[in-house]
Design a protein around this ligand. Structure first.
Ligand code: UD1
Ligand code: CA
Length: 456
């Protein structure tokens, strides 16, 4: 059976009060609409069409990497109208279309599979997902008769009896494509919001004697994000789900409630994560890593047995058994070798640092290539910027850079060299040399007494 999916993402999102289109608000570091797309992919749905409207260009830009097609809903006249705008995508297709909302990001791939399965096995024209909620205020209600789904009534259109219904419509459905297309023309906007509701398709099909099913699932998967309050609720649910997965896989989270791990992050077993860590994007963390409190790690590779403490690591790679921090800042495109040390108040930018090299304190290294087994004294600065251009510094293996050295780029320091503390290096240093670049010390005997400062 042919399967495809529509994702509704054109709405105004007025209730979230934002300049950003609602579906681009992030939970656990990823845009809501991209959560939905990624879940579709996990459920092996290849043909995905996203309906865009508000902030269409931005929504397209942020979803561009995901190989999907788009329909445009110029004016947001309701969810039914939105689906109608995807008519070119649906026309001529035979099979099942799943309809999802870009503001309902917590649906799981296995649930999507179950929904399609139930729809196909029961030969339904439509199958919807619903949840039972103590307080379903704001959601559409699933109206049943003799346990069978009759129709969906929007909260604003409910009468007193319908308001008491606790079964909410998740706005996630499967439809027979041809039945859906035929029903769209029958929608009217004769309701309290003056919109064309997709939900009315359920009642229309039912009245025509078609079979309509429902799969009731946990609210944890069906929450719709309309406001910042629900955004935080969804974030919390997903955070718990992600953290649980890692703990089951053998990762220790000292306090899961204050550990923030993105949906796409991978973590090896026996890694220990202390509170206050934020791990984002496509980060991969190896085995036996210890993340002491309060780091932010984004789109980076942290190899096995690394230790990080109170540091920021962005778009970079840290080699095995290396220690980072406390208070280090590793900026994009940095590659740190194995067994290295990047200590306190060290900033590394777009540089490679070889194995076993120690940069222990108060140092800036930018646009540099540093070899193995080097030692940087405290307060070294790679002077990579001349006021208009950036330049590169190259340091070979086994170099000892004395404290408070300036390396004025471009400059090359070869293997097996020493630089005296306090030097400002502007010329290359050849293999085996000691470079001293500072004023000679002069001691003036009796100077203090001569100035009359003795008894101070
Ligand atoms: C919708 C359902 C409601 C359900 C709830 C679950 C309808 C009429 N109501 O209500 O039964 O309980 O979701 O969360 O479907 N959108 C468009 N174009 C539009 C309008 C909306 O693309 O013209 C998109 C929005 O971007 C959003 C989704 O459709 O992603 C849902 O729209 P929203 O306005 O949030 O619907 P709800 O009022 O939440
Ligand atoms: Ca909604």
């Amino acid at each position: 059976m042919y399967k495809c999916a529509l994702i509704l993402a054109a709405g105004q999102g007025t209730r979230i009060k934002s300049d950003l289109p609602k579906v681009l608000h992030k939970i656990c570091g990823k845009e809501m609409v991209n959560h939905v797309i990624d879940t579709m992919r996990k459920a092996d749905i290849e043909d995905i069409n996203v309906i865009v409207g508000k902030g269409a260009e931005l929504v397209k830009e942020k979803t561009a990497s995901r190989n999907i097609s788009y329909s445009v809903q110029e004016e947001q006249l309701g969810t039914g109208h939105a689906v109608k705008c995807a008519i070119d995508f649906l026309k001529g297709k035979k099979g099942v279309v799943g309809v999802f909302c870009g503001d309902a990001p917590l649906i799981k791939a296995e649930t999507v599979n179950n929904l399609f399965k139930s729809h196909i096995e029961n030969n339904n024209s439509a199958t919807l997902l619903s949840s039972i909620l103590e307080d379903p205020t704001g959601y559409g209600r699933v109206v049943r008769k003799d346990n069978e789904v009759l129709k969906i009534v929007e909260h604003k259109d409910c009468d007193e009896k319908e308001l008491k219904i606790k079964e909410m419509n998740a706005a996630i459905y499967c439809f027979d494509i041809e039945e859906l297309v035929n029903s769209l023309d029958k929608l009217s906007n004769n309701n309290n919001q003056g919109e064309y509701y997709l939900t009315d398709v359920i009642g229309i099909l039912k009245e025509e004697g078609k079979s309509v099913g429902a799969v009731v699932i946990d609210y944890d998967e069906t929450i719709g994000v309309n406001s910042r309050v629900q955004l935080a609720e969804a974030e919390e649910i997903l955070r718990k789900r992600i953290n649980l997965k890692h703990m089951i896989n053998g990762v220790t989270l000292i306090d899961p409630n204050s550990t923030y791990i993105g949906d796409d992050v991978e973590i090896g077993r026996d890694t220990i994560i202390y509170p206050g860590n934020v791990i984002e994007g496509n980060t991969k963390i190896g085995e036996g890593v210890i993340l002491y409190p309060n780091s932010r790690i984004s789109n980076s590779i942290i190899s096995n047995n690394v230790e990080v403490q109170s540091s920021v690591i962005i778009d970079s790679k840290i080699g095995e058994k290396t220690t980072v921090g406390p208070f280090a800042y590793i900026r994009p495109e940095s590659i740190i070798g194995n067994n290295a040390r990047i200590g306190d108040f060290v900033e590394i930018k777009k540089s490679t640092i070889g194995n076993n090299t120690k940069v222990s304190h108060l140092t800036y290294i930018g646009d540099a290539s540093v070899g193995e087994n080097c030692n940087f004294g405290c307060g070294t600065v790679v002077v990579n910027y001349d006021g208009s251009k950036k330049h590169k510094t190259i340091i070979g293996n086994n170099s000892f850079i004395g404290c408070n050295t300036n390396l004025v780029s471009p400059v090359k320091v070869e293997d097996n060299t020493y630089i005296a503390a306090g030097s400002t290096i502007v010329n290359d240093v050849k293999e085996g040399e000691l470079a001293v670049a500072r004023a000679k010390q002069r001691n003036i005997e009796g100077w203090v007494a001569k100035k009359g400062l003795t008894n101070k």
